[in-house]
Design a protein around this ligand. Structure first.
Ligand SMILES: [Zn+2]
Length: 109
């Protein structure tokens, strides 16, 4: 039997994440405030490039239970960096899943 995923951080479902992204607190306050505080893409900025930020990203992804409205968990990103980061995260999640499955198999004797 397959058990529900156990992790120290509560994982969120797609519906829960959509709810956060669509709520007024996020759209009209937290997200807007972050772009006012840091209007440049922070990834590009690290490479000494100034690109206007269009997206607000969660450093610990919402999928992994990261704080949704805590400015400490937010990063301003341009569209391009955001797409790259999201793809990386999806890859890492898939990798972690594989690793977990492997560990379980290894300990099954
Ligand atoms: Zn960027």
């Amino acid at each position: 039997m397959r058990r529900k995923q156990q992790s120290s951080l509560a994982t969120r479902t797609k519906t829960e994440i959509l709810k956060i992204r669509n709520c007024r607190l996020w759209r009209n306050h937290v997200r807007v405030q972050q772009l006012i505080d840091f209007p440049w893409c922070q990834k590009c900025y690290e490479r000494a490039k100034l690109t206007p930020a269009q997206e607000v990203d969660h450093i610990i992804p919402l999928e992994e239970g990261g704080e949704a409205f805590d400015p400490k968990n937010l990063k301003s990103l341009c569209k391009r960096c955001h797409v790259i980061k999201s793809a990386e995260e999806a890859r890492n999640r898939a990798k972690k899943k594989n690793k977990l499955n492997r560990t379980i198999t290894l300990h099954q004797h």
